[in-house]
Ligand binder design. Structure first.
Ligand SMILES: [Zn+2]
Length: 264
Protein backbone atom coordinates (compact mmCIF):
# COMPACT_ATOMS: atom_id res chain seq x y z
CA UNK A 1 0.00 0.00 0.00
CA UNK A 2 1.45 3.37 -1.02
CA UNK A 3 1.70 6.44 1.23
CA UNK A 4 -0.87 8.18 -1.00
CA UNK A 5 -3.36 5.31 -0.50
CA UNK A 6 -2.75 5.38 3.28
CA UNK A 7 -3.32 9.14 3.32
CA UNK A 8 -6.54 8.59 1.34
CA UNK A 9 -7.75 6.12 4.01
CA UNK A 10 -7.10 8.61 6.81
CA UNK A 11 -8.82 11.41 4.89
CA UNK A 12 -11.88 9.25 4.19
CA UNK A 13 -12.14 8.29 7.89
CA UNK A 14 -11.78 11.95 8.89
CA UNK A 15 -14.51 12.94 6.42
CA UNK A 16 -16.79 10.20 7.82
CA UNK A 17 -16.12 11.51 11.34
CA UNK A 18 -16.93 15.11 10.33
CA UNK A 19 -20.09 13.94 8.50
CA UNK A 20 -21.18 12.01 11.61
CA UNK A 21 -21.05 8.55 10.00
CA UNK A 22 -18.32 7.44 12.43
CA UNK A 23 -17.64 8.63 15.98
CA UNK A 24 -14.07 9.03 17.28
CA UNK A 25 -13.58 5.36 18.27
CA UNK A 26 -15.26 4.29 15.03
CA UNK A 27 -12.94 6.43 12.89
CA UNK A 28 -9.77 5.12 14.62
CA UNK A 29 -10.96 1.51 14.29
CA UNK A 30 -11.92 2.05 10.65
CA UNK A 31 -8.39 3.31 9.87
CA UNK A 32 -6.86 0.20 11.53
CA UNK A 33 -9.22 -2.17 9.67
CA UNK A 34 -8.57 -0.35 6.38
CA UNK A 35 -4.77 -0.51 6.89
CA UNK A 36 -4.94 -4.31 7.34
CA UNK A 37 -7.13 -4.61 4.23
CA UNK A 38 -4.88 -2.24 2.27
CA UNK A 39 -1.78 -4.19 3.31
CA UNK A 40 -3.28 -7.42 1.94
CA UNK A 41 -5.29 -6.25 -1.06
CA UNK A 42 -4.18 -2.68 -1.78
CA UNK A 43 -6.66 -0.68 -3.90
CA UNK A 44 -8.95 -3.68 -4.60
CA UNK A 45 -9.65 -4.25 -0.89
CA UNK A 46 -10.01 -0.58 -0.05
CA UNK A 47 -12.48 -0.01 -2.90
CA UNK A 48 -14.61 -2.96 -1.73
CA UNK A 49 -14.56 -1.51 1.80
CA UNK A 50 -15.41 1.96 0.47
CA UNK A 51 -18.24 0.59 -1.67
CA UNK A 52 -19.87 -0.97 1.40
CA UNK A 53 -19.23 1.99 3.69
CA UNK A 54 -20.12 4.86 1.35
CA UNK A 55 -23.33 3.31 -0.03
CA UNK A 56 -24.51 2.34 3.48
CA UNK A 57 -23.77 5.78 4.98
CA UNK A 58 -25.29 7.72 2.09
CA UNK A 59 -28.39 5.52 2.14
CA UNK A 60 -28.77 6.02 5.91
CA UNK A 61 -28.31 9.80 5.75
CA UNK A 62 -30.72 10.15 2.83
CA UNK A 63 -33.44 8.16 4.63
CA UNK A 64 -32.85 10.06 7.89
CA UNK A 65 -33.85 13.22 6.02
CA UNK A 66 -36.81 11.55 4.35
CA UNK A 67 -38.27 9.51 7.21
CA UNK A 68 -39.02 9.95 10.94
CA UNK A 69 -36.33 8.77 13.39
CA UNK A 70 -36.22 5.06 14.32
CA UNK A 71 -36.94 4.65 18.03
CA UNK A 72 -36.43 0.91 18.31
CA UNK A 73 -32.91 0.23 17.00
CA UNK A 74 -30.04 -0.03 19.46
CA UNK A 75 -27.84 2.61 17.83
CA UNK A 76 -28.16 5.39 15.26
CA UNK A 77 -26.23 5.89 12.04
CA UNK A 78 -23.07 7.17 13.75
CA UNK A 79 -20.98 3.98 13.90
CA UNK A 80 -18.76 3.31 16.93
CA UNK A 81 -15.73 0.97 17.12
CA UNK A 82 -17.90 -2.06 17.99
CA UNK A 83 -20.05 -1.58 14.89
CA UNK A 84 -16.97 -1.09 12.71
CA UNK A 85 -15.53 -4.37 14.04
CA UNK A 86 -18.87 -6.17 13.54
CA UNK A 87 -18.93 -5.10 9.87
CA UNK A 88 -15.24 -5.01 8.94
CA UNK A 89 -13.42 -7.15 11.52
CA UNK A 90 -13.91 -10.55 9.87
CA UNK A 91 -13.16 -9.30 6.35
CA UNK A 92 -9.95 -7.82 7.84
CA UNK A 93 -9.12 -11.25 9.32
CA UNK A 94 -9.67 -12.79 5.86
CA UNK A 95 -7.32 -10.14 4.43
CA UNK A 96 -4.60 -11.02 6.96
CA UNK A 97 -5.04 -14.74 6.22
CA UNK A 98 -4.62 -13.98 2.50
CA UNK A 99 -1.45 -12.06 3.30
CA UNK A 100 -0.09 -15.04 5.24
CA UNK A 101 -1.17 -17.88 2.93
CA UNK A 102 -1.69 -16.31 -0.56
CA UNK A 103 -4.73 -18.62 -0.80
CA UNK A 104 -7.09 -16.92 -3.33
CA UNK A 105 -10.13 -18.40 -1.51
CA UNK A 106 -9.56 -15.65 1.10
CA UNK A 107 -10.22 -13.04 -1.62
CA UNK A 108 -13.70 -14.55 -2.06
CA UNK A 109 -14.14 -14.83 1.72
CA UNK A 110 -13.12 -11.19 2.21
CA UNK A 111 -15.54 -9.97 -0.47
CA UNK A 112 -18.34 -12.17 0.90
CA UNK A 113 -17.87 -10.59 4.34
CA UNK A 114 -18.48 -7.11 2.97
CA UNK A 115 -21.31 -8.40 0.74
CA UNK A 116 -22.97 -9.60 3.98
CA UNK A 117 -22.35 -6.29 5.76
CA UNK A 118 -23.85 -4.37 2.81
CA UNK A 119 -26.74 -6.83 2.53
CA UNK A 120 -27.58 -6.37 6.21
CA UNK A 121 -27.28 -2.57 6.19
CA UNK A 122 -29.17 -2.11 2.92
CA UNK A 123 -31.90 -4.46 4.25
CA UNK A 124 -32.44 -2.29 7.36
CA UNK A 125 -32.37 0.93 5.37
CA UNK A 126 -34.66 -0.21 2.53
CA UNK A 127 -36.92 -1.83 5.14
CA UNK A 128 -37.61 1.65 6.50
CA UNK A 129 -39.29 2.46 3.16
CA UNK A 130 -41.85 -0.30 3.57
CA UNK A 131 -45.44 0.96 3.90
CA UNK A 132 -46.47 -2.22 5.71
CA UNK A 133 -45.18 -3.55 9.02
CA UNK A 134 -42.51 -6.25 8.55
CA UNK A 135 -43.22 -9.94 9.17
CA UNK A 136 -41.31 -11.81 11.88
CA UNK A 137 -39.61 -14.50 9.78
CA UNK A 138 -39.92 -17.37 12.30
CA UNK A 139 -43.26 -16.52 13.96
CA UNK A 140 -44.93 -15.30 10.71
CA UNK A 141 -46.71 -12.38 12.34
CA UNK A 142 -46.46 -8.64 11.75
CA UNK A 143 -44.26 -6.68 14.17
CA UNK A 144 -43.12 -3.07 14.56
CA UNK A 145 -40.77 -1.58 11.95
CA UNK A 146 -37.08 -1.91 12.73
CA UNK A 147 -37.47 -5.13 14.75
CA UNK A 148 -34.58 -7.59 14.31
CA UNK A 149 -35.68 -10.90 12.82
CA UNK A 150 -38.46 -9.34 10.74
CA UNK A 151 -38.50 -9.02 6.95
CA UNK A 152 -40.33 -6.88 4.40
CA UNK A 153 -40.40 -6.82 0.61
CA UNK A 154 -38.34 -3.60 0.24
CA UNK A 155 -35.93 -4.86 2.95
CA UNK A 156 -35.39 -8.19 1.19
CA UNK A 157 -34.86 -6.39 -2.14
CA UNK A 158 -32.31 -4.18 -0.35
CA UNK A 159 -30.58 -7.26 1.08
CA UNK A 160 -30.24 -8.74 -2.40
CA UNK A 161 -29.17 -5.38 -3.85
CA UNK A 162 -26.46 -4.80 -1.21
CA UNK A 163 -24.97 -8.28 -1.68
CA UNK A 164 -25.11 -7.94 -5.48
CA UNK A 165 -23.55 -4.46 -5.48
CA UNK A 166 -20.51 -5.57 -3.44
CA UNK A 167 -20.16 -8.78 -5.48
CA UNK A 168 -20.20 -6.84 -8.76
CA UNK A 169 -17.88 -4.18 -7.33
CA UNK A 170 -15.42 -6.88 -6.22
CA UNK A 171 -15.18 -8.25 -9.77
CA UNK A 172 -14.72 -4.78 -11.27
CA UNK A 173 -12.16 -3.68 -8.65
CA UNK A 174 -10.25 -6.97 -8.97
CA UNK A 175 -8.91 -5.45 -12.20
CA UNK A 176 -6.46 -3.61 -9.90
CA UNK A 177 -4.92 -6.89 -8.66
CA UNK A 178 -3.28 -9.98 -10.11
CA UNK A 179 -6.18 -12.10 -8.83
CA UNK A 180 -8.92 -11.30 -11.35
CA UNK A 181 -12.32 -12.47 -10.11
CA UNK A 182 -14.81 -14.08 -12.48
CA UNK A 183 -18.58 -13.46 -12.64
CA UNK A 184 -19.12 -17.04 -11.39
CA UNK A 185 -17.15 -16.03 -8.31
CA UNK A 186 -19.30 -12.89 -8.03
CA UNK A 187 -22.40 -15.10 -7.81
CA UNK A 188 -20.70 -17.06 -5.01
CA UNK A 189 -19.75 -13.82 -3.19
CA UNK A 190 -23.29 -12.45 -3.50
CA UNK A 191 -24.91 -15.71 -2.39
CA UNK A 192 -22.57 -16.03 0.63
CA UNK A 193 -23.32 -12.42 1.58
CA UNK A 194 -27.07 -12.87 1.31
CA UNK A 195 -26.88 -16.11 3.34
CA UNK A 196 -24.91 -14.32 6.07
CA UNK A 197 -27.63 -11.70 6.18
CA UNK A 198 -30.31 -14.41 6.41
CA UNK A 199 -28.44 -16.01 9.35
CA UNK A 200 -28.34 -12.52 10.91
CA UNK A 201 -32.13 -12.22 10.53
CA UNK A 202 -32.77 -15.61 12.14
CA UNK A 203 -30.38 -14.86 15.04
CA UNK A 204 -31.93 -11.39 15.35
CA UNK A 205 -35.34 -12.96 15.95
CA UNK A 206 -34.18 -15.67 18.38
CA UNK A 207 -31.01 -15.21 20.43
CA UNK A 208 -30.62 -11.41 20.17
CA UNK A 209 -31.88 -9.52 23.22
CA UNK A 210 -35.17 -7.66 22.90
CA UNK A 211 -36.32 -5.36 25.68
CA UNK A 212 -39.61 -3.74 26.59
CA UNK A 213 -40.11 -0.30 28.12
CA UNK A 214 -41.84 -0.56 31.49
CA UNK A 215 -43.60 2.77 31.03
CA UNK A 216 -44.80 3.02 27.40
CA UNK A 217 -44.62 -0.69 26.51
CA UNK A 218 -42.54 -0.23 23.32
CA UNK A 219 -40.34 -3.20 22.38
CA UNK A 220 -36.79 -2.00 21.72
CA UNK A 221 -33.14 -3.04 21.39
CA UNK A 222 -32.13 -0.05 23.52
CA UNK A 223 -31.18 -0.59 27.15
CA UNK A 224 -33.31 2.34 28.37
CA UNK A 225 -36.50 4.06 27.24
CA UNK A 226 -38.62 6.89 28.66
CA UNK A 227 -35.67 7.54 30.98
CA UNK A 228 -36.06 4.12 32.62
CA UNK A 229 -34.17 0.83 32.46
CA UNK A 230 -35.99 -1.67 30.24
CA UNK A 231 -36.98 -5.30 30.87
CA UNK A 232 -35.57 -8.18 28.78
CA UNK A 233 -38.33 -10.12 27.04
CA UNK A 234 -36.33 -12.26 24.57
CA UNK A 235 -32.87 -13.57 23.77
CA UNK A 236 -29.55 -14.01 25.56
CA UNK A 237 -28.44 -10.96 27.54
CA UNK A 238 -24.94 -10.64 25.99
CA UNK A 239 -26.13 -11.09 22.39
CA UNK A 240 -26.61 -7.53 21.14
CA UNK A 241 -27.21 -6.32 17.60
CA UNK A 242 -23.41 -5.96 17.24
CA UNK A 243 -22.93 -9.64 18.19
CA UNK A 244 -25.48 -10.68 15.59
CA UNK A 245 -23.72 -8.51 12.99
CA UNK A 246 -20.47 -10.33 13.83
CA UNK A 247 -22.29 -13.59 13.12
CA UNK A 248 -23.53 -12.13 9.80
CA UNK A 249 -20.06 -11.21 8.47
CA UNK A 250 -18.25 -14.19 10.04
CA UNK A 251 -20.66 -16.72 8.53
CA UNK A 252 -20.36 -15.08 5.08
CA UNK A 253 -16.54 -15.16 5.32
CA UNK A 254 -16.61 -18.87 6.27
CA UNK A 255 -19.22 -19.76 3.62
CA UNK A 256 -17.28 -17.78 1.00
CA UNK A 257 -14.01 -19.51 1.90
CA UNK A 258 -15.44 -23.07 2.04
CA UNK A 259 -17.54 -22.68 -1.12
CA UNK A 260 -14.53 -21.26 -2.96
CA UNK A 261 -12.35 -24.21 -1.89
CA UNK A 262 -15.08 -26.69 -2.85
CA UNK A 263 -16.27 -25.31 -6.19
CA UNK A 264 -13.67 -22.98 -7.68
ZN1 LIG B 1 -40.87 4.03 26.79
Amino acid sequence: MSIITAAGVIMLAAAAYIKGSLNKSGAVTAVLVAMMIGAAFDLFGLLVLALFFITSSVLGKWLDKKLPADETGEKGNCRDWAQVMANGGWPAVAAILFLLTSDPAWVIAFSAGFAAAASDTWASEFGRLSRQKPVDLLRLKRVEKGRSGAVSLPGTAGAAGGAAAVAAGAVLFSGFTGNLLTWEQAVLIGAAGFTGQLIDTIAGGTVQTLYQCQRCGIKTERKSHCGLAVKKIRGVSWISNDAVNHLCTLSAVLIGYSASRLFM
